[in-house]
Design a protein around this ligand. Structure first.
Ligand code: 1HE
Length: 269
């Protein structure tokens, strides 16, 4: 079933659904999708809705830019404790993506800057157009990452590269970010949303328990000792095998009803 585009959170979010895939759009293009507290709350509501209605989601930005990060106008007015609570609101909301129930694919165009990069880092697969650029200008603004970047971005590209980005404030293009491991796909301009939606539709066909385990076990195991990680892996793997869906899918393969794994297109033509 398709749900035509509608708005949520006083228009800050667009929400649509194509079958099993929810499309969540950041919709404040006049401010380059800069994230106010209200915007973060609306995003959280959209993620909750997608989780209850869909099996995967795409996160994209309206206008030329994915997201310009923290709303600096709102932030500059905040007393200390409000700033701490604001950062913790981002942490809670982004955790509902990273450690959620459905995979979220981000379609990145133009700026993914500061908190915009932190938001992208909380998604599970990043698709960037050539127009995409990443920066952490917190040093220039006299602030610090507060949306989980010190954990998630550092894990993605390494603390040295993240430190370089924060110290220099330099912009990193899509191709370099792919080499650094910060994005998984680089596509021509105008194609990020389409490609992300295709990927989401494919991901949505996986067994939901496996998707859930990927989202929830992998980042936790990454934070464990090898011994604890391997023990946890054995538990999750065994639980997955016990599900009716796994039993059916394994039978389908053995009865030659399931698709085989395909080799990728060869680089040498
Ligand atoms: C904003 C914001 C914002 C734009 N908060 N209002 N983020 C930054 O330091 C990035 C700041 N933004 C930029 O560098 C540029 O806006 C962009 C490269 C993203 C886009 O440039 P451009 O030329 O397309 O747009 P613009 O003309 O700069 O901005 C259009 C409007 O959006 C303008 O407002 P207007 O009323 O003059 O039209 C801008 O002021 C407004 N705008 N970005 C508020 N971020 C949880 S901790 C996370 C810490 C961070 O995220 S630090 C990084 C913050």
């Amino acid at each position: 079933m398709t749900v035509p585009p509608e708005t949520m959170g006083d228009g800050l979010i667009t929400y649509a659904r194509e079958g099993d895939v929810a499309l969540i759009g950041l919709n404040r293009p006049d401010k380059r999708n800069a994230l106010s507290d209200r915007f973060i709350l609306a995003l959280g509501q959209a993620v909750a809705r997608a989780t209850s209605e869909a099996r995967a989601a795409v996160l994209h930005g309206h206008g030329a830019h994915f997201c310009a990060g923290l709303d600096l106008a709102e932030h500059s007015e905040k007393p200390l404790f409000e700033a701490i609570k604001g950062s913790r609101l981002w942490h809670r909301t982004f955790a509902t993506i990273e450690l959620g129930e459905i995979p979220v694919i981000s379609a990145i165009t133009g700026a993914a800057v500061g908190g915009g990069f932190e938001l992208a880092a909380s998604t599970h697969i990043r698709v960037a157009e050539h127009s995409a650029f990443f920066a952490l200008p917190e040093g220039q603004r006299g602030i610090f990452v507060g949306g989980g970047g010190s954990v998630r971005i550092a894990r993605l590209i390494g603390p040295a590269r993240m430190g370089d980005m924060m110290l220099t404030g330099r912009s990193v293009g899509a191709a370099e970010m792919e080499r650094w491991g910060g994005v998984s796909y680089v596509v021509p301009d105008g194609e990020a949303l389409t490609r992300a939606t295709e990927i989401a539709a494919r991901v949505a066909q996986n067994a939901p328990f496996t998707n859930y385990a990927v989202l929830n076990a992998l980042p936790r195991i990454a934070g464990m000792s090898s011994d604890d990680g391997l023990f946890t892996e054995a538990m999750v793997a065994s639980l997955a095998t016990m599900t009716d869906e796994a039993k059916q899918r394994l039978r389908d393969f053995l009865d030659k009803r399931a698709a085989k794994v395909q080799a990728p297109p060869r680089a040498d033509g």
